[in-house]
Each structure stands twice: as C-alpha cells, then as structure tokens.
Design a binder for this molecule. Structure first.
Ligand code: ADP
Ligand code: MG
Length: 412
C-alpha cells in the first residue's frame, strides 16, 4: 500500500511525501480508510508507530473536503492531549500535513496568558489540539464554541480517561450538536479503561489493536541493571561519559530528584537540561528546544514527558528510577526507537524497587533482560559512592568541630 492510493487531496499527499513518509505504518494502514469512511475508532498501537498521522491525515482530508464544498466556520475537530507539549506537537503535525490546504490548526494549553489564544480562536480555526484545563476554561467563558465540532480525538486515551477526564468527556460530547466521529488512540489500555472508552463510541466502532502481546516498541532493546541506590548517579555519569554521541532522556521519580541529578552532573562537568512540572512554561519550552536541537543532548525528566513526545534521534532512555505506574515503563522507553529508528533503554533497579520491576514485568508479560556491567564501572561507582559518603561524614565531623569551637568560645 502506498499513500498515493488513498483518496486524499494532492496537497496532502505532497505534505506526506515532504514529511519523509514513504508508506503507511500498520496503524495508519488500518485507521486511514476507517476514519475516511466516517467510523468511530479505538486504536491501540505501540509507541512511535505514527498514530498522530493515522488520525491527522484522514481528518485533514475530511475537513478540507468540507471546506471546499461549502463555507463553514467554527472549530471542526478537537484533539485532546494530556500535556501542553503534546498539544503543541500534535498541532505542529496537523500544520505540516495540512500545508497548502485551507485548514487552520491551533494548539491551546495553559501556563501562558490566554488573551492571544482567545484572539486567534476568534479569528477562526478548524482544528484545535488542546489540554483539557485551558480548553474548558475557554468553553466556559464562551470563547470556544464546540457546536460545529464533527471530529473528536482523545490521544493518549487511557491517560486522559485516568486523569478523571471521563466526566468532562461526557459533558463535552453533550455539547457537540453535530453528528460526530469519536476516536481514541493510545499505546496502552487496560480493560477498565477500554470499557469507559467503548461507552463513548458508536456500537459499531472499529477496534484496532496492533501487536497486543508485547506493548514495548519492537525498535527498542531494553534491559535492567541491579545496583545500589547510592551508586545510581555514578552509573549514570559513567554512561554519559562513555557514550559521548548518545542523545539521552533520563527519567527520575520526582522533580527534586531531577534537580539533584542535574546538580550532580554539573558538579562533574556534564551539562544537562531538565523537564518537570515545577518549571515555568518558558523554561519547559527552552529545555525541550535545547534538547530537540541538540544544544544539550541530555535531558533529565519526570514522567510528565513520558507520553507522546516525539523527539528525533533519541538513542537512549535511562530509567534512573523505575516508574511507579507499570505502563509508564512502556511510554518512557518509547521515547526512543521512533518511526524506523532503533533505540536502547536501560533501567536502574535498586533493592527497594524490585517490587516495581515485578509489576512492570507482569505488565509486559515477560522478564526484562538482565544487563551485566563491566567490572571497571562497578568499581568506579563503588568508590564514588564511598567517597561521597566519606566526604559527607567529613562534613558532619567538621560541622561538629566548628560547633564545639563556638560553644567553647562562648563559655570563655
Ligand atoms: P506515536 O503517536 O504512535 O507514538 P508519532 O505519531 O509521534 O507516534 O510518530 C512517531 C514518528 O514516526 C514521528 O517522528 C513521525 O514523523 C514518524 N512517522 C509517522 N508516520 C510515518 C510513516 N508512514 N513513515 C515513516 N515515519 C513516520
Ligand atoms: Mg502519540
């Protein structure tokens, strides 16, 4: 199958070609005809397999047709996304694939002032890619009118429904006056969420599930490494130093841990960029941009960037801490091995995390490959951790000595 064989406008075909897509991926092959035919779709396919274009291509075609046939105003399509960066990225995919058509797309998200966003929406847009918070704000202010929406997509659908978005979804679907098409996309979905999703689509919705056995992208080679908590940072440092060409996303459990890793790396003359929800929106954008454009090839992040983010040529994912939600493992390591690229992922697992590893293995359905590390690295990490302990002890001793000296002085 080639993109050429689809009944879609020549402009769109040209945009597909200019994006470097030679033939549809499996999920695109299955979704494009169904969406073009007006079906509701529930699609599950591994990370990095082109789900965005799987809905964007047919939707652009349908909206473009509608616009060519009659003058129509108002938002026609809403794509809901769990994070600001994903809303922006998805808006970018629509813009790229809709070049030279009349379709206008716009990404809407919080963290920045709303006036300019409102003005843009009121000028007229066709496709809105949005995070829920800001979108509902603007609906309640009467700035967004959803009465002309005919296409409704939930990307990262399981995450969105888990966010407690279900009620909002029901609410918004009630507001849509037109007969509409509903589409859910994700790389992971469990039975409970599937039921919720089914309740929101037509009875004859098309269900597409690609490679359900192994949710991990087949382009990603992944393994786990056992070590002590206090050795993790030295393994990370060693990995970075030994792999100077690597473009790495390293996931840690909390914002604080992300900041600590950054400090440690900088102390060791390794610069990195960071991403977590405690940063201001302009800082978040700068961080991702620096990483994207290779000004800084090391990104330390929390799970907020685990889903959907598509950055070219990420060669390695490191789970500095194991994720507490098993499916996040699949999403995190899915930041590498995207499209036709290959990638590698390694997870650090200390004693306290063995339960989490079990949960992840239950989820993937198989034991994750155990990785051996060379003796030299083991020794370096051990010595590093011991020295740090030592210097910590020295610091405490010095502080105690200073305090004792002060007390003595005061007594005199
Ligand atoms: P997913 O949502 O399934 O995780 P994305 O939609 O983000 O994946 O796409 C992953 C990458 O694959 C993107 O960089 C995208 O440009 C690329 N891609 C999408 N469709 C194709 C295709 N048909 N051929 C080659 N690359 C593609
Ligand atoms: Mg995606």
């Amino acid at each position: 199958m080639k993109f050429d064989e689809y009944k879609i406008a020549d402009e769109i075909k040209r945009n597909i070609e200019n994006s470097g897509f030679k033939k549809p991926t499996d999920i695109q092959y299955k979704c494009i005809p169904s969406i073009l035919a007006g079906e509701d779709v529930l699609a599950v396919a591994q990370t990095g397999t082109g789900k965005t274009a799987a809905f964007a291509i047919p939707l652009i075609e349908l909206i473009d047709r509608q616009k060519k046939n009659k003058r129509s105003s108002g938002i026609k399509c809403i794509v809901m996304c769990p994070t600001r960066e994903l809303a922006k990225q998805t808006g970018g995919v629509f813009a790229k694939l809709a070049k030279h058509t009349n379709l206008v797309s716009f990404a809407l998200y919080g963290g920045i002032e709303q006036e300019r966003q409102a003005a843009k929406i009121q000028k007229g847009i066709d496709v809105l890619t949005a995070t829920p918070g800001r979108m509902f704000d603007l609906i309640s202010q009467g700035i967004i009118d959803v009465s002309n929406v005919r296409f409704f997509v939930l990307d990262e659908a399981d995450k969105m429904l888990k966010l407690g978005f279900y009620e909002d979804l029901v609410y918004i679907k009630k507001l849509l006056k037109q007969r509409h098409q509903t589409m859910f996309f994700s790389a992971t979905i469990d039975e409970e969420i599937k039921k919720l999703a089914y309740s929101q689509v037509k009875g004859d919705a098309i269900r597409i599930q690609i490679s359900p056995k192994d949710p991990v992208s087949r382009n990603v080679k992944h393994g786990v490494l056992f070590l002590k908590q206090e050795e993790k940072r030295f393994y990370l440092l060693d990995f970075i130093v030994e792999n100077p060409q690597a473009k790495i996303i390293c996931f840690a459990r909390t914002k604080l841990r992300v900041e600590r890793i950054k400090k440690f790396l900088e102390k060791n003359n390794v610069s990195c960029t960071i991403f977590h929800s405690g940063l201001a929106q302009d800082e978040r954008e700068k961080s991702l941009c620096d990483f994207h454009e290779n000004r800084c090839p090391i990104l330390i992040a929390t799970d907020i960037s685990a889903r959907g983010i598509d950055i070219a040529n990420v060669s390695n994912v490191i789970n500095y801490d194991l994720p507490e939600i098993a499916e996040n493992y699949v999403h995190r390591i899915g930041r590498t091995g995207r499209g036709d690229k290959k990638g590698e992922a390694i997870s650090f697992c200390c004693k306290e995390e063995e339960g989490l590893l079990k949960a992840i293995e239950n989820y993937t359905g198989y034991e994750i490959n155990r990785v051996e590390i060379n003796e030299e690295t083991v020794q370096k990490a051990k010595i590093g951790a011991e020295n740090e302990n030592k210097s910590l002890q020295e610091m405490i001793l010095n502080e105690e000595a200073a305090a004792a000296a002060m007390r003595k002085k005061r007594r005199k």
